[in-house]
Design a binder for this molecule. Structure first.
Ligand code: TZP
Ligand code: MG
Length: 229
């Protein structure tokens, strides 16, 4: 039986400070697992497995390896899009976009203990997320902040100021949020001190010559400002 949203116990809050989204091709030089290990050693607080080109079977195989790698780290594993594979992989939750499985259906499928994230690009999407029954989504991904080659079909870039104002809107509804899209050290610096809970990166870590150092620099920069109340 799935646990309804109404009876969902409050989950352990997610630490969103440095949210790594993986890219299997970008991580090829070091390997996906070594890159994830390095990112966690450098301070990544969440890992999302994202591989839109993989078959479900390939994705499950990757996901199980990542799950084993993260098992004792305390860093949760979130699955991009494929809510139906969370259980099989033993992941901690899923992240859906506006065109993926509806968040209510995703929550129904996940049950109460898994995390669910939702991507939002507009104030209307943030308001719609805030109007969902409490406990449906645990956090929002806001962006893209800047244009990025990592996701060629991304929406028009918002810029740091607009993303920070969406984060204010989310925070007013008690929804934690993380910014994504084109984030590097310079952009991260412009997002500090906002209502955002953290920054989500793909290329800044996955394509870095030294993923551990890249993660450490981003995390240190983010930690160097007061946590929003
Ligand atoms: N969703 C919105 S932008 C994006 C995703 C998955 C890609 C972000 O990649 P990068 O390399 O950090 O710009
Ligand atoms: Mg998606």
């Amino acid at each position: 039986m799935t646990l309804g949203v109404q009876s969902r116990p409050a989950p352990r809050p997610l630490d969103l400070r440095l949210y790594l989204v993986t890219d299997t091709v970008m991580t090829a030089p070091h390997g996906l697992i070594s890159t994830i290990r390095a990112a966690v050693a450098g301070g990544a607080t969440v890992v999302q497995l994202r591989d839109p080109d993989a078959s479900d079977d390939e994705f499950v195989a990757l996901g199980r390896m990542v799950q084993v790698c993260l098992r004792d780290s305390g860093v949760p594993l979130i699955i991009n899009d494929r809510v139906h594979l969370v259980g099989e992989i033993g992941a901690d939750g899923a992240h859906v976009g506006q065109d993926d499985l509806d968040p209510l259906a995703a929550r129904e499928q996940l049950g109460g203990s898994a995390y669910l994230g939702l991507s939002c690009t507009t104030a209307e999407e943030v308001r719609a997320a805030a109007a969902l029954p409490p406990g449906t989504v645990d956090y929002l991904g806001l962006g893209p902040v800047r244009a990025t080659a990592t996701k060629p079909d991304h929406a028009a870039p918002l810029g740091p100021d607009k993303v920070c104002s969406l984060a204010d809107l989310a925070a007013a509804a008690a929804l934690p949020s993380v910014a994504i899209g084109g984030i590097d050290i310079a952009v991260a610096g412009r997002l500090r001190g906002s209502a955002l809970g953290g920054i989500a990166v793909v290329s800044a870590v996955c394509a870095a010559p030294d993923p551990e150092t890249a993660s450490r620099e981003l995390r240190s920069l983010w930690d160097a400002h007061p946590v929003p109340s």
